[in-house]
Design a protein around this ligand. Structure first.
Ligand code: ZN
Length: 133
């Protein structure tokens, strides 16, 4: 089952500058900063109610975030949906014709296992499914 929007990921080029900007915008400090080596990113999280904003900065030129910024500039990168079971949702969505970048869950930031759908099958929007570890 898909429970809620867990977070919105925003690609940025200067994490410190963006943290300051979102701190002003939201009136609160990020509660967590975390490097996700598997994705080549450094992340910074803000909580708004039950949802989060995840700032993402690529930490090497080969990182997907760096490539995204080169192509599309800074901005909304993905929408993450919280699910009870990635495995069940992958099965359900594949049966409906959705494609995944990879169906093998990886460890994401903030204690989550994650997979991404192929944006070609989701109106150009990168959708992440995440499950609590
Ligand atoms: Zn995310």
């Amino acid at each position: 089952m898909i429970n809620k929007i867990e977070h919105i990921g925003i690609a940025v080029t200067d994490l410190k500058k963006s943290e300051d900007l979102f701190e002003k915008l939201l009136g609160k400090k990020p509660y967590k900063k975390e490097e996700v080596a598997s994705e080549g990113v450094v992340t910074s999280f803000f909580k708004i109610g039950n949802q989060k904003i995840e700032l993402l900065k690529g930490n090497n030129s080969g990182s997907p975030i760096q490539k995204f910024i080169e192509k599309r500039k800074e901005g909304v990168h993905h929408i993450a949906l919280h699910v009870d079971s990635i495995q069940k949702e992958v099965e359900r969505l594949e049966n409906l014709g959705f494609e995944f970048i990879s169906t093998t869950p990886k460890k994401g930031a903030d204690n989550k296992m994650i997979v991404f759908l192929n944006p070609k099958t989701t109106n150009g929007v990168l959708v992440e499914l995440c499950e609590d570890i």
